[in-house]
Design a binder for this molecule. Structure first.
Ligand code: PMP
Length: 307
């Protein structure tokens, strides 16, 4: 399959099927209220051409934890979804790095009332994903006037399709302002995260990142990078609140996420971070992180599921 083409196959409710077969009615909960929980997982091509999924178990655990919050019963077990992911990737025979998106959705039953009337389903999509040049070049961010949703309205812990509408206005503003990405503050005015990645700041040799209680997604790349910094590089990582203005004092800033991988931030609100170039800690963390993902460095943390 060529890059950016529609995949020929999809895993839909238990089987690998032709793409066109995966249909749900417009009058479903999925379509009308965006009732779904999804995961985004990277499957890295290894140096020998084979593929490996990163942090598969953690991604599926997060999917089921989110389903628990919204009281959505998955019609498939973790093991069945895992098998579905592997079956689909094998059937598609894709080249290069791959992005995989398992999704559990609600077809019928608004509040899960009358158990007989509830109907849920699941699908998995996989397609090739190119590495963004931002990984090398770095990006320009702004701090948005829009806020990250808080736990009392829509939990930031939920990777729910509907929740991602809240990132549309911050992204439109950021792009209109000539920036690449928006940093969102939480309801207390403290730094939360971007529209698809968590944020790390390096100051005086220490790495600082907002805690989960700042109202962020419990990011898997964030946790992998914290482990790498602490155990591999012996660098101190502190999880604490960050006020907006402290960002301007940082020596280095980088973002982490499944798609963002490890993206350097060169400026915020048009203020250079450090000397406005990719910093040394960002650089070495990125090299080691991608090295493990692509099988060029030893997988000491057991991140990879080899296919
Ligand atoms: N925050 C948000 C809002 C995201 O959508 C993502 C992407 N899943 C992340 C952070 C990064 O999370 P992860 O490292 O688990 O991909």
């Amino acid at each position: 399959m060529k890059k950016q083409e529609q995949p020929s196959l999809i895993w839909f409710n238990g089987n690998v099927e032709p793409w066109e077969n995966a249909t749900v009615h417009v009058w479903s909960e999925l379509a009308t209220r965006g009732a779904n929980i999804f995961e985004g997982i990277r499957c890295y091509q290894q140096k020998d051409g084979s593929h490996a999924l990163i942090s598969l178990e953690q991604h599926l655990n997060r999917l089921f934890s989110a389903l628990k919050i919204l009281r959505i019963a998955s019609p498939f077990t973790k093991e069945e979804l895992k098998a579905g992911i592997i079956d689909l990737i094998n059937a598609l025979k894709l080249e290069g790095h791959i992005y995989v998106r398992p999704t559990v959705y609600v077809e019928k039953g608004r509040y899960g009332e009358g158990y007989g009337e509830v109907k849920n389903g699941a699908y998995i999509v996989a397609f090739p994903v190119e590495r963004s040049p931002s990984i090398q070049e770095g990006i320009k961010c702004c701090v948005s006037s829009w806020r990250r949703m808080n736990d009392l309205s829509m939990s930031p812990l939920l990777k729910a399709g509907a929740a991602y509408q809240s990132f549309k206005l911050p992204m439109i503003d950021a792009l209109n302002g000539g920036y690449d990405e928006a940093i969102l503050l939480n309801d207390k005015g403290l730094v939360a995260e971007t529209t698809g990645a968590t944020i790390f700041m390096v100051r005086n040799g220490q790495v600082i990142t907002p805690p989960i209680s700042a109202g962020i997604l419990e990011s898997i790349t964030r946790s992998n990078c914290i482990n790498l910094l602490r155990s591999h590089f012996k660098i101190q990582v502190v999880e604490r609140d960050i006020p907006r203005t402290e960002l301007y004092w940082a020596d280095e800033i980088f973002l982490t996420g499944t798609l963002a991988e490890l993206t350097p931030v060169l400026s915020i609100d048009k203020i250079d971070i450090g000397n406005g170039a990719v910093g040394p800690i960002t650089q070495k963390l990125q090299t080691t992180y991608l090295g493990i993902c692509e099988g060029r460095k030893e997988d000491t943390f057991n991140w990879l599921t080899l296919l």
